[in-house]
Every structure is written in structure tokens, then in C-alpha cells.
Design a protein around this ligand. Sequence first.
Ligand SMILES: CC(C)(COP(=O)(O)OP(=O)(O)OC[C@H]1O[C@@H](n2cnc3c(N)ncnc32)[C@H](O)[C@@H]1OP(=O)(O)O)[C@@H](O)C(=O)NCCC(=O)NCCS
Length: 259
Amino acid sequence: MQHDGLAAQGAAAPAPLAPFLLPQPERLALPDGAVQVWRLDDAQVDPACTRLAHTLAADERARALAYRHARHRNGYIARRGLLRWLVGGYLHCRPEALRFIVSAYGKPVLQWPQARLAFSVSHTDGLALLAFARDCRLGVDVERRAGGVKVADVPGFGRGIFSAQEAQVLARARLSAEALLSIWTRKEALLKALGTGLSADPTAYTTEDDWRRGAGHWQASRDGIPMSGWTCLDLDAGAGFRAALAVSLPDASVTWHRC
Ligand SMILES: CC(C)(COP(=O)(O)OP(=O)(O)OC[C@H]1O[C@@H](n2cnc3c(N)ncnc32)[C@H](O)[C@@H]1OP(=O)(O)O)[C@@H](O)C(=O)NCCC(=O)NCCS
């Protein structure tokens, strides 16, 4: 099925379609206190495009068509289509009836229906994550691990991003790519939850391991004042990726889902 030229385009050779089964909307449920993280792997982008392109609004179609490379265009269509499908399911609306606007900082916000559903989307080469929860602020970030790269290899990288405390942690870790990605994904998740992205002063925020809660937990502070009532976690998105999630709910339970 093709829709306004927005179905998957540009594949060099026909590849077998990856399994892609959309969840039935009536089976989607998002209890209070839960965070559901959906993953969309690259192999699912083309079938997702084919199934979901027709749900995009006119401005989303225009944005899709503005991408020069088919890969980027299809990735956006698949992410936005899946976002619409899942939000529609959680809110019992048709995906194409949803209306989104974009905040001054670039954050997509649901304009209709008005609902206290928080969502956050992140993508990197090979993977997109879509996170959902109710009555909270929520941010997710995923980055691909690039073997062999060191912070020191990129002069000036991270300047204006890391707090003094984070810079010390990085220095102790000998500027390893892993330490960099850890802080980077945590900070982006936090700033996306706050809705500012990197437009806020990222150096005002510090993210650090929270050993009291255990491995994979982290905590955040602003100008040295702890941000209490948040659940902040590293996500295990697979060996090739580093991912983090921040949600303004205490003791949130996080589960993985896929189509
Ligand atoms: C938000 C931000 C940190 C994302 O960085 P990134 O690592 O390149 O991209 P990610 O894949 O992790 O996230 C992209 C998604 O974040 C979301 N997003 C964009 N801006 C956001 C914001 N301010 N807050 C929360 N989420 C945001 C969108 O859903 C976007 O997905 P889409 O491209 O499918 O629409 C970065 O874009 C940023 O700092 N933006 C703010 C800059 C600004 O003020 N822009 C205003 C002009 S519109």
C-alpha cells in the first residue's frame, strides 16, 4: 500500500521484510507509574512505513518529503507513524486524528486530544526508542556506540555540555567513549524530559551514578540541588547502543516492548 509517495522508498535491493506486527490498540494499556519503552529496529522501518505512512498529518508529510535521503525519510515516517499508532492506542483515538504541535524548543506536544500522556522519542543509526508514561515528564535518549573513539579525539567536544563534576568523572575515566556516552545519554534524556533539550544550560545539571539504588540507576541535580522524585535509569538497548531514561515519577517500573 502506498500513500502520497510516503511509503518506504530508496531500498537498494529488495530485503525480506522483518517481522512487524502492530499491537492491537485495544490491548495497549499504560498503568499509572509504568513506563513503556518501544524499540523500532532499522529492519522494521520499511514495513512500518508501509503500514503507517497514511496516518501522518500534512506537516509531518512535508517534513518527511524534505529529507534528502530515503533512509532518513523512511526513518522519520516509521517513528512518527509508530508514535501515532501507540498514542492512539493508549488514548483510544484513531492515529490519524491526533494533532501534534512543536514547542519553541522543538519538543513534539500532543494538542488533541488533551491528555496527560507523556512521550519521548530518540533515534540513532540502527535504532529508535519511543517511551510513554502518564502524568509525568519523560525523556529518553539512545546513541550508537562507536568503537575506538575517545573524547580526547574530538577537540572541544562536550564543552558547554558537561558540568564540572561530570568533567571530573570523565577525566577519571580517561575520557573513554563509554563514560562520555553514559553522561551524554543521561543528560539528553533529562533535558528532553524537561522539554528544553540542549537549549537550557546543560552545565547546570549533573548526572551521576546512584549506587544506593544499584547498578544502572543514576540521579540528577541542578546547581547542586538534587532533583528528587525522579526515576533515572540506563537502558539496556543491546551491545551496540547506549541509552538512558529520565522520568519524574518515583520508583517507576520500566518495561520493554516491540512490534
Ligand atoms: C532534543 C535534542 C537534545 C535531541 O537531540 P538528538 O540526540 O539529536 O536527537 P534524538 O533522536 O535523541 O531526539 C530527537 C527527538 O527528540 C524530540 N525532541 C526534539 N526537541 C525536543 C525537546 N526540546 N525536548 C524533548 N524532546 C525533543 C523529537 O521527538 C525528536 O524526534 P523526531 O526527530 O522524530 O521529531 C536536541 O535536538 C535539542 O537540544 N533540541 C533543542 C534545540 C532547540 O531549541 N531547537 C529549537 C528549534 S525547533
